[in-house]
Design a protein around this ligand. Sequence first.
Ligand code: TQI
Ligand code: ZN
Ligand code: ZN
Length: 168
Amino acid sequence: HYSFFPGRPQWPPRRRNLTYAFEPQNQLSTDVKLVFANAFARWSEWTPLTFTETSNYRASDLKIGFYSGDHGDGEPFDGVLGTLAHAFAPPAGLLHLDIDETWIINDVMASGSSSAMDLESVAVHEIGHLLGLGHSSVENAIMFPTISSGVRKVELDRDDVEGIQVLY
Ligand code: TQI
Ligand code: ZN
Ligand code: ZN
């Protein structure tokens, strides 16, 4: 079953059209940006929320970036595996990914890695947190707190949809 963060934080009704931006220092490829556009679309399909990319990082509602180790928010990354990414509940809007992971982008990964993680799968999960979902006890749910390397799990489960529709 789905869950929320303590106090059930959510984006308020006057903020249903959210903008997102990528950390300017990251210089991300269009492929990576497309992965996030697809991941956001999986949530907007089931909610009144819309997500639009903007180049104005400072003014954006949601801020996405890849970082290594200690990156200044008290939750340092840890190199390969362990923590892959984290996101903070509304209204923080921060989604951080561990740059030291081998990320699979559109089914393609750096050759020979047995610890590669599918970027879209992790992105869909972290966007759930950005919107206010906690973890789910339903194994098929995107918000279930386990994922294996190399596995692609990007489709929202009925449980994810029910949870997000309670919030929005
Ligand atoms: N990062 C954890 C996660 O996103 C961070 C975390 C732990 C967390 N407890 C939390 C975030 C409670 C919000 C609320 O769950 S992770 C998965 C999953 C991670 C884990 O790097 O361990 C995914 C990132 F669910 F598969 F285990 C992405 Cl998909
Ligand atoms: Zn962080
Ligand atoms: Zn999680």
